[in-house]
Unconditional design. Structure first.
Length: 202
């Protein structure tokens, strides 16, 4: 009996499980590069405290968090902090920056909502977390890696660490929200962004 020709079988295909499109990943990479560049522009915030300087490197990470979700924002912040630490051979500073930017961007992006009060509350939560983790990080990292006595770090909490990081967080929040509001129409038009846009941003 002649054999029947076998019907061609469909080849299995691999589904794209990446939550971010290629265009979104490119945008995140550009934001990361911008954060690294901004880390070179720094200036003191508190009079007489010249060793504590502000830079706006966390702003691109916050924008990435608003556009692509907390994971995207934290990824941009951590990679940028790592690159800056490698360029300056500053391991302890890189670890501190990773901790602080994650504490700031994560809650801000996670709680971001469409209403103005919701946005303010999300940024306030991010600022509060940033201050808390900055203080805790200094209590651990500064004595361990820089050899500064713990008592000296504790003495700086109220006059230096809290006001500096609070002011730094507020500047980051204001700049990040303002820039994101300005560029969001462009991101929407280009189809760039992830699930955060589904949270009814205003």
């Amino acid at each position: 009996m002649p054999t029947q020709p076998r019907a061609p079988q469909a080849q299995p295909t691999l589904a794209n499980t990446n939550r971010w499109s290629t265009r979104s990943l490119v945008t995140m990479a550009l934001l990361c590069a911008l954060g690294v560049l901004l880390s070179f522009v720094e200036f003191p915030l508190l009079p007489g405290v010249t060793w504590r300087k502000y830079d706006a490197s966390a702003v691109p990470a916050l924008i990435s968090g608003f556009a692509f979700g907390p994971g995207g924002g934290i990824a941009v912040g951590i990679v940028g902090a790592a690159i800056h630490g490698i360029l300056f051979a500053d391991f302890s500073g890189a670890v501190m920056n990773m901790l602080v930017v994650s504490a700031f961007v994560g809650p801000s992006a996670w709680l971001w909502r469409g209403s103005a009060p919701g946005r303010v509350a999300s940024l306030a939560a991010g600022c509060a977390c940033m201050v808390v983790f900055a203080v805790l990080g200094n209590l651990v990292i500064t004595p361990a890696w820089l050899g500064v006595p713990l008592d000296a770090v504790v003495a700086m909490i109220v006059p230096v660490l809290v006001p500096f990081n609070a002011l730094k967080a507020v500047l980051n929040a204001v700049l990040g929200a303002a820039v994101y509001r300005a560029v969001r129409p462009l991101l929407d038009r280009e189809g760039i962004g992830a699930g955060q846009e589904g949270r009814s941003h205003g």
